[in-house]
Design a protein around this ligand. Structure first.
Ligand code: SF4
Length: 317
C-alpha cells in the first residue's frame, strides 16, 4: 500500500519552456487570435490544448500558414530553410527557439564553416535534430548510439561533435567516449550541449531512487527529456511510467509499492503534478512531500522581435 509520495526537485518547466509558452500567450494578447504556431510550441499535450483554447493554431509546416500571418516557431528550433520559406510567404515570425538550442545551431554552423564533419548525437526525427541538421545538411551526420559510432566512416575528415539538448547524460557520455576512442582529435564544444534542465532533472531522479519503489514521470510521449527520466529510473532498477496526467495512472502499478516518486519533464506544467498528488490524496495518502528543494534561477528574455512589438504597443497606449 502506498504510504508516501516524494516529489523530485527540480522538476517541470525549464526556462526555455516558460519563455516559449509566454511568447505564444503574449502574441495572442498583442495580435488577438489566430496566432499560428509551427509544431507543438513545447512537447506537452495539456499546454498545446490550453493555448488552442485561447486561439493558437498549431500547424506542421510554415507553408500551411496564410500569407502575411503571424507565426511562432517552437522551442525546439527550426532549420534555416524554414526561415526562408516564411520570408517568401511574408510571414511575421516570432522565434521561440530556446537560446540553449540556438547555441547548438551556432556551434554546428561554425564547425561546418571551418570544414569539420559534425557528428550530431541525438534522436532521429526529433524536431530539434531536424532543425540542427538543417544548419549544414552536407556536413552533419547523426549518431544515436555507440553502435552508430562504430559504423561511422569519415575517412580523414576533421571531426567535431555537438549533441541534442535533451539526452540521457549517461548514454551520451558513453557515446562521447566511443567517439573519442575512434577520433582522438575530435573537437567538442567548450560547454556541454545537454542543457541544465535536462541534467538537473535526471540528477534529481537519481538522488531519490534509493528512497522509492516506483517513479511516475509526468510528460507527453513525444517529450524527449521526460522519456529520459523514465529510462534513468529503470536503469537504476526502479519501475517507472510516463503519464500525461493522473487519468493515466494504473492502480495495478501500486501493488506492493510503499513509496512513490513523482517528477515532471521540462514541458509539463506544475498543475499536472498537483493532479497526481490529488489522485494519491483521494486514496488516503497524506504524506506527500518534496524530496529536497533545489532552486533553478535560469531565466530567458522573450524573443527580441516580440519585445520590440510589445514596447511599441505600450508606447502607443
Ligand atoms: S529542455 Fe533545455 S534546451 Fe529544451 S527548452 Fe528547456 S532549457 Fe531549453
Amino acid at each position: 500500500m502506498v504510504t508516501k509520495v516524494l516529489l523530485a526537485s527540480p522538476r517541470g518547466y525549464c526556462a526555455g519552456v516558460e519563455r516559449a509558452v509566454e511568447t505564444v500567450e503574449k502574441a495572442l494578447d498583442l495580435y488577438g487570435p489566430p496566432v499560428y504556431v509551427r509544431k507543438q510550441i513545447v512537447h506537452n499535450l495539456h499546454v498545446v490544448r490550453d493555448l488552442e483554447a485561447r486561439g493558437a493554431v498549431f500547424v506542421d509546416e510554415e507553408t500551411e500558414v496564410p500569407e502575411g500571418a503571424t507565426v511562432v516557431f517552437s522551442a525546439h528550433g527550426v532549420a534555416p530553410s524554414v526561415h526562408a520559406n516564411a520570408a517568401e510567404r511574408r510571414l511575421q515570425t516570432i522565434d521561440a527557439t530556446c537560446p540553449l538550442v540556438t547555441k547548438v545551431h551556432v556551434q554546428a554552423r561554425r564547425y561546418a564553416a571551418e570544414g569539420y564533419t559534425v557528428v550530431l548525437i541525438g534522436h532521429a526525427g526529433h524536431e530539434e535534430v531536424v532543425g540542427t541538421m538543417g544548419e549544414a545538411p552536407d556536413s552533419i551526420v547523426l549518431v544515436e548510439s555507440v553502435a552508430d559510432v562504430d559504423r561511422l566512416e569519415l575517412g580523414t575528415a576533421k571531426v567535431a561533435y555537438v549533441t541534442q539538448t535533451t539526452l540521457s547524460v549517461d548514454e551520451t557520455g558513453e557515446i562521447i567516449t566511443a567517439l573519442r576512442a575512434r577520433f582522438p582529435d575530435i573537437h567538442a564544444p567548450k560547454r556541454e550541449d545537454i542543457c541544465y534542465a535536462t541534467s538537473n532533472r535526471q540528477w534529481a531522479v537519481k538522488e531519490m531512487l534509493s528512497e522509492i519503489d516506483l517513479l511516475l514521470v509526468i510528460g507527453s510521449r513525444n517529450s524527449s527529456n521526460s522519456n529520459r527520466l523514465v529510462e534513468v529510473a529503470r536503469a537504476g532498477g526502479v519501475a517507472s511510467y510516463l503519464i500525461d496526467d493522473e487519468t493515466e495512472i494504473d492502480e495495478k502499478w501500486m501493488d506492493g509499492v510503499d513509496v512513490v516518486g513523482v517528477t515532471s519533464g521540462a514541458s509539463a506544467p506544475e498543475k499536472l503534478v498537483e493532479g497526481v498528488c490529488n489522485w494519491f490524496r483521494a486514496r488516503g495518502v497524506a504524506d506527500i512531500e518534496a524530496y529536497r528543494l533545489v532552486d533553478e534561477d535560469v531565466e530567458f528574455r522573450l524573443p527580441v522581435e516580440l519585445r520590440r512589438e510589445l514596447a511599441l504597443a505600450e508606447a502607443q497606449q
